[in-house]
Design a binder for this molecule. Structure first.
Ligand SMILES: NC(=O)c1ccc[n+]([C@@H]2O[C@H](COP(=O)([O-])OP(=O)(O)OC[C@H]3O[C@@H](n4cnc5c(N)ncnc54)[C@H](O)[C@@H]3O)[C@@H](O)[C@H]2O)c1
Ligand SMILES: [Fe+2]
Length: 381
C-alpha cells in the first residue's frame, strides 16, 4: 500500500515516498532563501543527501552543507555549525538525518541568534524563557531513520564533551516548521540501525505509556505506536525495501516523540549515561536495558501492561508482553545485555549517579533511588 498523508499535528508533516522533492517548497513556505543543510559525517557522502542538495540547488536555494557532526553530537559540533551558519549568511536550517543530524541542525537554528551558552537552555523549569525567541531561525526537518522522532520534537539532545553528560536542550520553537517524512530515505539504513532506531521508537511509546502522569492523549498515541512497531519493525528489518513497513515505522517514530511529552523513564535514564560514556547507539542501548527495566517496574505497571498486551494481541498479560519484548529483541539481533554490548561494570557508581541526574528518571513508574538504580544497572550486565 502506498501511504501518503499531510498532517498538521504536532506540526506540518508531509509523509510519503518521494516527497523529498518537496524540500525546496518546504523551505520557501518558511521564507528560506539560503538554507544550511545539517547532517552527520556518515550521511554527508550518501546519495540521499546529494539528492536533497540537488533539489535545493535546482530551486535556487544553493547547496550549502555542514556535516561535522558526531553520533551523540556535542557542543563542539554545535559551535562549528553555528560558525558555518553565520559565515555562510544562512537564514534557516534543513536538519537532515537520524537524531544526531536532526538535533544538531535544530540546535544550530536555535543557537545562531542567542548570546548565552547552550547549557543555559537545558530542559529545567522555565529555563527556555531565557532565550530570545525572535532570533530562532526556521527549521525544516527530514528524518532518515525511524526512531528518535526528533523531527516532531521540541528538544535537542547534546552531549557535553567534557563531562560526558547528555543534556536535553528545550525550546518550543525547536519544533520544526515543516517535516518531510520520505520512507525512501530510510531504505539504506544498515540492519543494526533499523533495529536500534526502531527500538528507540518502541521505547518512547512504552515509557510514555508506562509513566504515571495523567495524559490520556499520550497514552492512546503510545499504544498505537507500539502496535505499528510490532507489525512493521520486523518487516522493515527483514526487507529494507519494504516501503509500507518503512512508512509505518516513520509514523511510529513520530508518535513516540509526541507521546513522550508525557514523560520517559528508567530505560532512557540508564541509556543516556551509557551512550554518553561509551558512545553506544542510543536506540540499541534502550533495547538492551528494556527487559531489566520492565522487571524493575513490574509492581507499578503490571495491570497497565496487561491492557497494552490485550490491545497488541499478545496473550498472557504482563508475562506475555515481557516474553514478546524478548522475542522481538532476538529477532532484531539486539545484544542480550550490556556485557554482550562490550561494556564492563567497572564504572557502575558513576553511571548510577548520572542516571539519577537524568531528567527521564522522574517519569519512571517506580521511584528511582541510588540503591535500586545501581541494582538495576547490575541487572543489565
Ligand atoms: N531529540 C529527541 O527527542 C531525541 C530522542 C531520542 C534520541 N535522540 C538522540 O538522537 C541520536 C540518535 O539518533 P539515531 O538513532 O537516529 O542515530 P544517528 O542519527 O546517530 O545515526 C546513526 C547512524 O546511522 C547513519 N544513518 C542515518 N540515516 C541513514 C540512512 N538513511 N542510511 C544509512 N545510514 C544512515 C548515520 O550516518 C549514523 O552513522 C542520539 O544522540 C540520541 O540521544 C534525540
Ligand atoms: Fe530515545
Amino acid at each position: 500500500m502506498n501511504i501518503v498523508a499531510n498532517w498538521s499535528y504536532p506540526t506540518a508533516v508531509k509523509l510519503g515516498r518521494g516527497r523529498i522533492k518537496e524540500l525546496a517548497d518546504a523551505c520557501k513556505t518558511l521564507g528560506l532563501k539560503k538554507p544550511l543543510l545539517v547532517t552527520d559525517r556518515g550521511l554527508a557522502s550518501m546519495a540521499i543527501t546529494g539528492h536533497a542538495l540537488d533539489v535545493l540547488e535546482e530551486a535556487g536555494l544553493g547547496r550549502a552543507i555542514f556535516a561535522d557532526v558526531d553520533p551523540n553530537p556535542n557542543e563542539k559540533n554545535l559551535e562549528a555549525g553555528v560558525k558555518a551558519y553565520k559565515d555562510g549568511g544562512h537564514d534557516g536550517v534543513v536538519a537532515f538525518g537520524g537524531g544526531s543530524g536532526l538535533d544538531l541542525g535544530k540546535l544550530i537554528a536555535f543557537m545562531a541568534g542567542q548570546t548565552r551558552p547552550v547549557w543555559d537552555f537545558e530542559d529545567i523549569g522555565d529555563w527556555w524563557t531565557r532565550a530570545d525567541a525572535s532570533k530562532i531561525a526556521p527549521i525544516v526537518a527530514v528524518p532518515t531513520t525511524a526512531g528518535t522522532g526528533s523531527e516532531v520534537g521540541r528538544a535537542g539532545v547534546l552531549t557535553n564533551s567534557v563531562t560526558h553528560v547528555k543534556k536535553i536542550i528545550f525550546h518550543p520553537k525547536l519544533l520544526p516548521g515543516v517535516v518531510i517524512c520520505d520512507p525512501e530515505l530510510t531504505m539504506g539504513m544498515p540492519k543494526a540501525i533499523t533495529a536500534g532506531t526502531g527500538m528507540d521508537a518502541f521505547a518512547h511509546c512504552l515509557e510514555a505509556y508506562s509513566s504515571p502522569f495523567y495524559h490520556p492523549m499520550s497514552g492512546g498515541i503510545a499504544l498505537e505506536g507500539m502496535r505499528l512497531v510490532k507489525e512493521f519493525l520486523p518487516r522493515a528489518y527483514k526487507d529494507g525495501a519494504d516501503l509500507e513497513a518503512r512508512t509505518n515505522m516513520m509514523s511510529a517514530a513520530a508518535m513516540g516523540a509526541v507521546a513522550f511529552q508525557k514523560g520517559l523513564g528508567a530505560i532512557h535514564s540508564l541509556s543516556h549515561p551509557i551512550g554518553a560514556v561509551y558512545n553506544t547507539h542510543h536506540g540499541m542501548t534502550n533495547a538492551v536495558v528494556m527487559p531489566p527495566v520492565l522487571r524493575f517496574n513490574r509492581p507499578a505497571i503490571e495491570e497497565k501492561i496487561a491492557r497494552a498486551a490485550a490491545y497488541l494481541g499478545i496473550a498472557g498479560g504482563f508475562d506475555g508482553f515481557y516474553d514478546y519484548v524478548l522475542s522481538l529483541r532476538a529477532e532484531l539481533g539486539v545484544p542480550d545485555n550490556l556485557t554482550a554490548m562490550g561494556i564492563k561494570p567497572d564504572r557502575i557508581d558513576e553511571l548510577t549517579a548520572m542516571a539519577m541526574e537524568d531528567p527521564s528518571c522522574g517519569g519512571n513508574p517506580v521511584t528511582m533511588t541510588m540503591e535500586n538504580t545501581k541494582a538495576l544497572f547490575l541487572d543489565c550486565f
